[in-house]
Write a protein that binds this ligand. Structure first.
Ligand code: SAM
Length: 282
């Protein structure tokens, strides 16, 4: 009998992926964690029935959430990753020798353990000596931080369940405070396509705009996320994601990437009219 994983995107839309076998399933204190094998997308991780990553397309998300800010910010020594227990963002960050410390704040240690065991492609660098893992709620963790991080990456689940607090005005205000003068925050900014997601996206965007003087949105195509059209937010105290982007400096690094490049960097900030209107309308 065929086995399928199905994720509900709206009341009228579902995404189904044919599953070869289930390799892991557990109920943690915070959420249900499942890992499956599939022919089309390789191994994939879901939390509470929502797709987090697949081996086939995770490079798009993780390259875009890391290399866009890294190609803009003048000097990044200390990074805070909130969420991201799968290790994909950390894997991209450790490629930069100038980064001295990465604080990974993941609420659910079981996600980290499961990914280390079953998703070594993404979790590969969690043991890098520069990585300090904090088993904590990101909302609480940033409350006491001031002028400490050059980059904050919010690699969270959606704005419900344990991730809800990471979309609040309090959280964004504390991230602003936790950043150095040249720092920036990048977050997964949900999808603009289905109204049910777009409303939450607009609400969070308004809170970021109210908390940071510079706030821009960029996009990528991620096949296994609802609608495939995904947004990221870039918010900073001074740095502008296009005016301060140095394509030559980025190219001189010679980092091999599968999705990100200097043209993608610029193009990703060109948003469709309907998205621009949504962001202006808030
Ligand atoms: N790229 C993914 C996506 O958007 O679908 C996110 C993946 S990552 C696995 C999200 C992680 O955020 C999860 O492991 C979850 O446990 C963690 N998380 C959720 N709420 C959190 C919180 N308040 N503090 C720290 N980590 C949190």
């Amino acid at each position: 009998m065929d086995l399928w994983f199905t994720e509900k995107h709206t009341d009228n839309v579902k995404l189904s992926i044919k599953v070869d076998r289930q390799v892991y399933s557990a109920q943690s204190e915070f959420q249900r964690i499942d890992i499956f094998d599939s022919l089309e997308f390789g191994r994939f991780l879901t939390l509470d029935g929502y797709m987090m990553l697949t081996e086939k397309d995770e490079f798009i998300y993780h390259e875009m959430i890391v290399h866009v800010p890294m190609a803009v910010l003048p000097q990044v020594k200390k990074v805070l990753v909130i969420g991201g227990g799968d290790g994909g963002a950390v894997r991209e960050l450790v490629r930069y020798p100038e980064i001295q410390q990465i604080d990974l704040v993941e609420i659910d240690a079981q996600v980290i353990e499961a990914c280390k065991k079953y998703l070594p492609q993404t979790a590969a660098k969690l043991d890098d000596p520069r990585v300090i893992i904090h088993e904590a709620d990101g909302l609480k963790f940033v409350r006491s931080k001031k002028d400490e991080y050059d980059l904050i990456i919010v690699d969270s689940t959606d704005p419900f369940g344990p991730g809800e607090g990471l979309f609040t005005k309090e959280f964004y205000g504390n991230c602003f405070k936790a950043l150095t003068a040249t720092g920036a925050m990048v977050n997964q900014h949900e999808s603009p396509f289905y109204p049910v997601d777009a409303i939450a996206m607009q609400r969070a965007h308004k809170r970021i705009v109210d908390s940071f003087p510079i706030s821009r949105v960029y996009q990528a195509h991620i096949p296994t996320y609802p609608s495939g059209h995904w947004l990221f937010g870039f918010a900073s105290k001074h740095g502008h994601p296009l005016q301060d982007f140095d394509a030559q400096k980025w190219k001189a690094r010679n980092l091999k990437t599968r999705y990100y490049n200097d043209k993608i960097h610029v193009g990703a900030f060109a948003l469709p009219n309907y998205v621009k209107r949504m962001l202006e309308e808030m």
